[in-house]
Design a protein around this ligand. Structure first.
Ligand code: ADP
Length: 405
C-alpha cells in the first residue's frame, strides 16, 4: 500500500511539472524520510504485516512476518503473495484480487477472517488475516495484518478435549455414586427380607400338609432370590469402588490452571476475581488427572455459584502448600455466604443440596475421588465470611519431571 520512494517520486513528478530543482530536492528528502519511517515500522511492528500491490506482488513485509513465514525478505519481495498461502487460497488469490478490483465487492477487506498460512518449509498454520486498502493515484495497494492462531487453536482444542473428558468422567462418577448409595440403601431391606423368609421356612418345616410343601418351596425360592439380589448389589458396589483410576505423576500447577480455566469458562458469572498462590515446592502429585480436575471444577463452580448470589466482594483464592506426610494441600476459598447450617453436618453425603436444581452429588464425588487417592477433603469457614474447601493429595517424588506433558 505505501509505495516505495521510487514509485512516489514518479507519481509526484507527473503532477508537479512546475517544480523547481530546489522543490525536487526537498521532496526527495521528505520521501526518503517517509521510506525510512516505514522501514523502521516494519522492522519493529510486533505484528506480521505485509504490503502487496494490485497484482498481488509483495512490496514489503515486517520482520515479524519474515519470522512467521520463515522466509528472508529478499525471497518474498517482488513475488506473488500466494506463496505464503495454503491451498485453496493459494490457487485462487489472483482471482480474488481481480474480482475485487473489477466488482469492488469486499470479501475480506475491512472484515478479516481465519485462513491457512504456509511457511517456507511447506508446513501450514491457522492465521487471522485483516486486510486494509490504500488507493494512490489510480493504483491499489493492500496491507495484510496477520495473527498466528496456532497457540490459540491448540489451547482451544486441548480445553475442549479436557472438557469432554471431565464431563464424561463426572457423569460416570455421578452414576457410580448413585449406584453406591442405592446399593447401600437397598442392601439393608434385602437382608431383612432374606432373614424373615428364613424364619418362615423354619416355621414351615415344623408344619405338615400338602399345601405346606408348596409354601415351603416358594418361600425357599424367594429367599434365594433375595440373596441373589444382594449379590448383584454387592458386585455393583465393588465395581464402583474399583472405578477406573489411572494415576500418574502430574504437575499440580498445570492441573489447577486447566481446571480453573474449564470451570471459569463454564460459569455464567464472570465478575469474580481469581487469585493463585501456588507453592513451588508443591509441584508434582500422584493423581488421576481427569478425576482431580473434576474435584477442582466442582469446588470452583460451587464457589462461583455461591458468590454470584450476592455480596459485594467476589474473590476466589486458589492455593497450594506442602503438607505433612508427603502430601500437598490444595485450597479453594470463596467470599460467599458460607455453608448453610442445616446441611453442614452431612455436606459430603450424596443427595445433600440446598439448590433447587442441585443433585447434591458434587461434594460426595469429590470425597470419593480424594479418598481413593489416599487424601482427605474437609471444609473450614472463613472468619470474615466465606468458605474454604481443602483437600490433600500424595506428593510425587519424580525427578522434577512429569510423566505426562
Ligand atoms: P450441588 O451443587 O448439586 O448442590 P454439591 O455436593 O456440590 O451438590 O454441594 C452440596 C451443597 O453444599 C450445595 O447445595 C451448597 O448448599 C453447599 N455448598 C457447596 N459448596 C459451597 C460453597 N463454596 N459455599 C457455600 N455452600 C456450598
Amino acid at each position: 500500500m505505501v509505495p516505495s520512494a521510487g514509485t512516489l517520486t514518479r507519481l509526484e513528478l507527473m503532477t508537479t511539472d512546475t517544480s523547481t530543482p530546489r522543490d525536487f530536492e526537498s521532496l526527495t528528502i521528505a520521501l526518503e524520510a517517509a521510506e525510512a519511517r516505514l522501514q523502521s515500522i516494519l522492522q519493529t511492528v510486533p505484528d506480521a504485516m505485509l504490503i502487496i500491490d494490485e497484482r498481488g506482488r509483495v512490496e514489503s513485509l515486517s520482520a515479524t512476518a519474515e519470522r512467521l513465514f520463515a522466509y528472508a525478505k529478499e525471497e518474498v519481495v517482488g513475488r506473488n503473495v500466494d506463496m505464503l498461502m495454503a491451498t485453496p487460497h493459494r490457487e485462487q488469490h489472483d482471482s480474488y484480487l481481480k474480482r475485487y478490483l473489477t466488482t469492488g465487492e469486499r470479501r475480506i477487506i475491512g472484515i478479516g477472517r481465519v485462513v491457512t498460512g504456509r511457511r517456507k518449509d511447506g508446513t501450514t498454520f491457522p492465521m487471522h488475516l485483516t486486510v486494509g486498502e490504500l488507493q494512490l493515484a489510480d493504483r491499489h495497494y493492500f496491507t495484510g495484518f496477520i495473527r498466528d492462531l496456532t497457540d490459540q487453536q491448540l489451547t482451544e482444542s486441548r480445553l475442549k478435549e479436557l472438557q469432554s473428558e471431565v464431563t464424561h468422567m463426572s457423569r460416570f462418577m455421578a452414576l457410580g455414586e448413585m449406584a453406591s448409595t442405592l446399593a447401600h440403601e437397598i442392601n439393608q431391606p434385602l437382608t431383612a427380607i432374606a432373614n424373615y423368609l428364613k424364619g418362615c421356612r423354619r416355621l414351615l418345616e415344623r408344619m405338615a400338609g400338602e399345601q405346606v410343601l408348596v409354601l415351603r418351596d416358594a418361600v425357599g425360592k424367594a429367599a434365594d432370590q433375595a440373596l441373589r439380589a444382594g449379590d448383584i448389589i454387592r458386585r455393583l458396589r465393588e465395581f464402583v469402588a474399583r472405578g477406573e483410576s489411572e494415576r500418574r505423576i502430574e504437575s499440580l500447577p498445570k492441573l489447577i490452571e486447566d481446571a480453573s480455566t474449564l470451570a471459569v469458562i463454564g460459569a455464567k458469572e464472570h465478575a469474580v476475581a481469581v487469585s493463585f498462590r501456588l507453592d513451588p515446592a508443591a509441584d508434582l502429585v500422584l493423581a488421576d488427572r481427569i478425576q482431580v480436575q473434576q474435584v477442582l471444577v466442582n469446588l470452583i463452580r460451587n464457589a462461583i455459584e455461591v458468590m454470584s448470589e450476592g455480596g459485594a466482594r467476589r474473590q476466589l483464592d486458589i492455593a497450594t502448600v506442602v503438607a505433612d506426610g508427603d502430601l500437598v494441600e490444595v485450597s479453594v476459598a470463596d467470599t460467599g455466604a458460607g455453608i448453610a447450617p442445616e446441611i453442614a453436618a452431612q455436606l459430603f453425603q450424596p443427595f445433600v443440596t440446598t439448590k433447587r436444581k442441585g443433585m447434591g452429588l458434587g461434594l460426595s464425588i469429590c470425597r470419593t475421588i480424594i479418598e481413593a487417592h489416599g487424601g482427605k477433603i474437609w471444609v473450614d469457614s472463613r472468619p470474615d465470611g466465606g468458605t474454604i474447601f481443602r483437600f490433600t493429595l500424595p506428593a510425587a517424588k519424580g525427578e522434577g519431571q512429569s510423566l505426562v506433558e
